[in-house]
Design a protein around this ligand. Structure first.
Ligand code: GTP
Ligand code: MG
Length: 202
């Protein structure tokens, strides 16, 4: 699949303010720790430098952002979790609204959980995966920033991550290696989205 048209539609502070649900408009949400590269990856998929706002400082995306793709489906850029340098009350509000969106948004087809490929498994990411599983939310993992590591290092980090997950799950989610810099993973992600959209809506 190719993304030909991508348009910013709106930013919503909560589920109530999200665009009206249209039955054949599936949504694909991008979530992960603050600064993991969600907005950058969305721009890479859309061939657009600043469709989604990015920053080297964590905590840039603070609302639920909707991008209409090819006039047929949505990409949703979510606030990151785990950003410590913001007041607790504010952080809890983002988390509550984000989780509410993930639990209740009718059109939400699939969640892409982004994990930094450069670091060992983080408790906060594992906890988030447990929450997704417990609530039966369908998700895949995208390892980000793969351009910053040698392929050997990526392989060993991936192994450590899979070993960690194997302690909790017998079946592991699909995982892809990505880079917003080199566009690694782009075709695979778009292929996956294409399969999911044609499967449910043909
Ligand atoms: P929040 O909105 O704050 O939760 O962050 P985010 O997950 O949307 O991250 P964002 O896309 O804003 O990227 C954070 C920083 O990581 C920026 O400085 C990006 O340039 C950098 N970055 C993102 N993806 C990549 C990548 O694939 N490779 C490299 N080298 N840097 C990346
Ligand atoms: Mg962001």
């Amino acid at each position: 699949m190719k993304i030909n048209i991508s348009k910013f539609i709106l930013s919503a502070p909560n589920l109530k303010n999200c665009p009206a649900v249209v039955s054949n408009m599936p949504e694909f949400a991008f979530i992960g720790r603050s600064n993991v590269g969600k907005s950058s990856l969305i721009n890479m998929l859309c061939n657009h430098k600043d469709l989604a706002k990015t920053s080297s400082k964590p905590g840039k995306t603070r609302l639920i952002n909707f991008f209409l793709i090819n006039d047929a489906w949505y990409i949703v850029d979510l606030p990151g979790y785990g950003y410590a340098k913001v007041a607790k009350a504010q952080r809890e509000k983002w988390e509550t609204e984000t989780r509410n969106y993930l639990l209740r948004r009718e059109n939400l087809q699939h969640i892409f959980l982004l994990i930094d490929s450069r670091i060992p498994p983080q408790a906060i990411d594992i906890e988030f995966m447990e929450w997704l599983s417990k609530n039966q939310r369908p998700f895949s993992i995208l390892f980000t920033k793969c351009d910053k590591l040698s392929s050997n290092k990526i392989r060993s980090n991936l192994k450590a991550f899979q070993a960690e997950l194997s302690q909790r799950w017998t079946e592991l989610p699909l995982a892809l290696l990505t880079s917003a810099e080199t566009k690694k993973g782009k075709e695979e992600i778009l292929q996956l989205i294409e399969e999911m959209t044609s499967h449910d809506f043909s």
